[in-house]
Structure formats: structure tokens, C-alpha cells
Design a protein around this ligand. Structure first.
Ligand SMILES: NC(=O)c1ccc[n+]([C@@H]2O[C@H](COP(=O)([O-])OP(=O)(O)OC[C@H]3O[C@@H](n4cnc5c(N)ncnc54)[C@H](O)[C@@H]3O)[C@@H](O)[C@H]2O)c1
Length: 285
């Protein structure tokens, strides 16, 4: 299934922040979507967040169809077997190698031979994930950015065995979802997180070492380098647990310049994970 014109059904694994976003943009582009999570409650939460997001976009006249029409294209399920209908699958489950390998082995058995299996991993090796399947040539990274319906970019990550046809297909598919793409080799952190994680950790260390107040660090980077969020704000937005996990993976692979900042570890230990828990470097209502 390497012709985009033959793709009718998009499978999505995981109905969390990213899975729900990917399901939403695929349905908005006109595809039927099967979104699978492990518990009915997680599926429902994912569908609720899609409803809210579609409602917000509709209020801004930013949808190509009625929100109900788009929403009706999405089927939520806990059944792996329902993914058998998919012509391409994007996995957006937990960032853990053993889990991803288990999911890819299951997908490999569940879907047709020609189906491309993409992972939304932020930092894990696409090649290693692909090794859990008998179709490593059809496994690729499609690294969507958060929030998926809002962010324009998708990083296409090429594994050791990914075929050039699958790379072309991945770019075309992401573009059809309204995204612009860039390509990265399968090296730790790809382009984005390899550069972003040390930037965030350095911002946290600068704060910890008293270089400036946290507000001044964020304002300095925004006004000084034209980024929309400074490092501490962005860390809160991403989730400090996610930043720590990504930094630890990169540290393991790339050495000491990727060492997570101490304050990130301490905040995660305290349960202050950023926006999602109401407190990180800043407090949220
Ligand atoms: N959140 C971000 O900013 C962001 C950005 C880019 C990439 N990513 C990557 O996307 C992936 C998902 O991240 P997220 O933030 O959406 O996580 P999340 O925790 O919000 O959602 C993950 C979902 O996957 C489900 N899940 C776990 N095992 C599963 C299985 N076997 N089958 C089906 N569903 C399963 C969980 O129940 C959960 O609902 C991760 O690999 C992450 O690194 C996240």
C-alpha cells in the first residue's frame, strides 16, 4: 500500500495527547480512522479531546467540513483486531522501547503485508522498533509535534532498513494531512529533540545557577532569539517527566552533554510535572 491514493483507513495506536491529535488530523483530511487504546476510558478521553479541539477549530472557521462529519469518520476501540482494516498505521503509545516492540510485533501480525507502520517516537530508535517486525523496510518514524492539529511540522525519521518508497510515502502522507515535513536519519533525538533537549536543560541550569530569574530567562530567549516560548515555559508545556525521559535516553546514547538538569529531576520527583499537574517551573490554574 505505497500509493497514497489507495489509502482509505488510517490506524492510530494510542488515544492520548498525540494519538488523538493524529486521529483528528487524519479524519479532517478525509480518511476513516480506527483509533485503538488499551482501556475504554482512554479511548473515551481521546474522543472527548477530539470533540473539544474540533469545536475550537470550528469556532475559528478553520475546518474543511462540519465537526460532526469529521468526528463520524473516527472509530474508537480497544480491539487490536479492528486495526486490521488499516491501510497505514501510526503508533503513538508510551515512550518505552519494550512496549513499542510489543505493539509493533502485534501490528505486524494484525495488518496486511503491504501496510506501512509508522511510530511517533520522540527519541527511540526506529530501527530497533522495526526489528520487532518482519517488515523493517515498511517501518518509519512520523514524528508529529504537539499539539498535532496546530503544529505545521512532521519529522520523517528513516530507519536502517526503511525503503526509499516508504520514505516517499511518509512525506506524501504527512503532507496530505496538511503538514510540512523534514527528514532525519535514525540517530538519537533526530533533529528536533537532539537540539531542543540540551537547550531546555541549559535554560534550567542557568536558572539553577542564578544567571537570571526564570521569567528573564524565558523573556530573554523569546525576545533575543524569536522563539515562541522560553526553555522553562516550554519544559512546563511539554511535561517535565517527558523532558526527563527524553534527556535520559539521549544522555545514555550521546554522553554527558545531554545530562538532564538537576532541577528537572527534582521537580519530577516532587510530582510537579508542569502544566498538566498545575505546577512546574510556573504555577497554572
Ligand atoms: N506529548 C508530546 O509532546 C509528544 C510529542 C511528540 C511525540 N510524542 C511521542 O508520542 C507518543 C505518545 O505520547 P503522548 O504524549 O500522546 O502520550 P500519552 O501518555 O498522552 O498517551 C499514550 C497512550 O497510549 C496508550 N497505550 C499504551 N500502551 C498501548 C498499547 N499497547 N496499545 C494502544 N495504546 C496504548 C496509553 O493508554 C495512553 O492513552 C510517545 O512515543 C511520545 O514520545 C509525544
Amino acid at each position: 500500500m505505497l500509493e497514497l491514493s489507495e489509502v482509505e483507513v488510517v490506524g492510530v495506536v494510542g488515544a492520548g495527547t498525540m494519538g488523538a491529535g493524529i486521529a483528528q488530523v487524519a479524519a479532517t483530511a478525509g480518511y476513516d480512522v480506527v483509533m485503538r487504546d488499551i482501556e475504554a476510558e482512554y479511548v473515551e478521553n481521546g474522543l472527548d479531546s477530539i470533540d473539544s479541539s474540533l469545536g475550537r477549530l470550528d469556532a475559528k472557521d478553520a475546518l474543511p467540513a462540519e465537526p460532526e462529519t469529521i468526528r463520524d469518520r473516527i472509530t474508537g476501540t480497544t480491539e487490536l483486531a479492528e486495526l486490521a482494516a488499516a491501510d497505514v498505521v501510526v503508533e503513538a503509545a508510551v515512550e518505552d522501547m519494550d512496549s513499542k516492540k510489543g505493539i509493533f510485533a502485534d501490528l505486524d501480525a494484525a495488518v496486511n503485508d503491504g501496510v506501512v507502520l509508522a511510530t511517533n517516537t520522540s527519541t527511540l530508535s526506529v530501527t530497533e522498533i522495526a526489528s520487532a517486525t518482519d517488515r523493517a523496510d515498511k517501518v518509519i518514524g512520523l514524528h508529529f509535534m504537539n499539539p498535532v492539529p496546530v503544529m505545521d511540522g512532521v519529522e520523517v525519521v528513516v530507519g536502517e532498513r526503511t525503503s526509499s518508497e516508504v520514505v516517499d510515502f511518509a512525506h506524501a502522507f504527512a503532507e496530505d494531512l496538511g503538514k510540512e515535513t523534514w527528514e532525519s536519519d535514525d540517530k538519537p533525538g533526530f533533529v528536533t529533540n537532539r537540539i531542543l533537549m540540551p537547550w531546555i536543560n541549559e535554560g534550567v541550569r542557568a536558572f539553577d545557577e542564578g544567571v537570571a530569574d526564570k521569567g528573564d530567562i524565558d523573556r530573554g530567549m523569546k525576545l533575543g532569539t524569536n522563539v515562541p516560548m522560553g526553555p522553562l515555559e516550554l519544559a512546563d508545556h511539554i511535561g517535565l517527566d517527558v523532558v526527563l525521559n527524553a534527556s535520559e535516553t539521549l544522555h545514555e546514547e550521546l554522553g554527558d552533554r545531554y545530562k538532564p538538569a538537576y532541577l528537572v529531576k527534582r521537580k519530577v520527583a516532587a510530582g510537579d510535572l508542569g502544566k498538566k499537574t498545575g505546577e512546574g517551573f510556573y504555577k497554572y490554574d
